[in-house]
Design a protein around this ligand. Structure first.
Ligand SMILES: [Zn+2]
Length: 241
C-alpha cells in the first residue's frame, strides 16, 4: 500500500468516528471529498479553516458513511479454506499448508507457514475449525501478556480476560474490571493490538470517551489516532474469517 501525503484527522459522523486524510492544495478552489479503498480523503484550498470542511463533512455525513461502508464490504474477497492461502497473523502473512495425516495436537507455526494435518485435507469445515481454534489460543496467550504489561503501567487490575467474536467491536470492558477482546485482533500488527488493549484498560480509569480518557490512552499509546484509523481501514480484512 502506498502512503498518502497529508494529515490524519478525525470527526464524528452519526455514530461513527471517521478518520480521514486532509490535503491542502494551493491550486484547489473548492473542498473535495474522495472515498476509495484507502478511506476518506478531504482536499481543501490552502487556507481553508477547519470548521469550513467539517461543516461540509457533517452535511454530507450520510453519503460519506454509506460510501465508506460499501467500499469496505466490496474490497474484501471471501476466504478460501485451502492449502496455499495466506493467513494474516500479527500483521504478517503466513502460508497455510494443509497436510494429509492424523491431526497433531495443534497446528504448527514455523518458517512463515502454518502446517495443519487433517485426515481429509479437502474437509474445509474441519480445516476452518482447527485454524480458528489455533487463532483463539494464540490470541488469548498474546492478549494475556499485553494486558498484564499495560495494566501494571496504568495501575489497574483486570478481574477477567476473555475472547469475543463480535462483528462490530474489537474490545469491551465492564466497571468490574472484566475485559473482552476480539480474537480476530491477533491478525493485526502488535501496535494495533496494543492500542485496543490500552483503550480498554483506560476504561477502568475513565468509563467514557472524555478528553481525560484520551489523555490516559495517549500516555501509553501516543500514536493512538493512527492505530485507530488503521484498524478502521483494515478491520474488514480481519473479518474474512
Ligand atoms: Zn472505548
Amino acid at each position: 500500500m502506498t502512503m498518502k501525503v497529508g494529515r490524519l484527522h478525525r470527526i464524528r459522523l452519526g455514530n461513527e468516528e471517521v478518520s480521514y486524510l486532509l490535503r491542502r492544495s494551493p491550486r484547489r478552489r473548492t473542498v473535495g471529498l474522495k472515498i476509495d479503498h484507502t478511506g476518506l480523503t478531504v482536499s481543501v484550498p490552502a487556507r481553508t479553516p477547519q470548521r469550513a470542511w467539517e461543516s461540509i463533512l457533517l452535511e454530507k455525513s450520510g453519503w460519506v458513511l454509506d460510501k465508506l461502508e460499501a467500499m469496505r464490504a466490496r474490497s474484501v474477497p471471501a476466504f478460501n479454506w485451502r492449502d496455499g492461502e495466506w493467513l494474516p497473523f500479527l500483521g504478517s502473512p503466513i502460508e497455510l499448508v494443509v497436510e494429509h495425516g492424523t491431526p497433531r495436537a495443534r497446528p504448527a507455526l514455523g518458517d512463515g507457514q502454518l502446517r495443519v494435518a487433517l485426515p481429509d485435507p479437502s474437509d474445509t469445515a474441519a480445516l476452518e475449525t482447527r485454524i480458528v481454534q489455533w487463532y483463539r489460543r494464540e490470541a488469548l496467550e498474546f492478549f494475556q501478556h499485553r494486558v498484564a504489561l499495560y495494566a501494571r503501567q496504568l495501575g489497574v487490575s483486570v478481574s477477567r480476560l476473555g475472547l469475543s467474536s463480535a462483528r462490530t467491536r474489537w474490545g469491551s470492558c465492564t466497571s468490574g474490571g472484566s475485559i473482552r477482546l476480539n480474537w480476530r485482533l491477533i491478525k493485526a500488527p502488535p501496535s494495533i493490538i496494543d492500542y485496543v488493549v490500552i483503550h480498554e484498560l483506560a476504561h477502568l480509569v475513565e468509563l467514557n470517551h472524555s478528553p481525560s480518557f484520551w489523555q490516559i490512552v495517549a500516555q501509553l499509546c501516543p500514536e493512538y489516532a493512527v492505530q485507530r484509523a488503521l484498524l478502521k481501514e483494515q478491520g474488514a480484512h480481519y473479518h474474512r474469517f
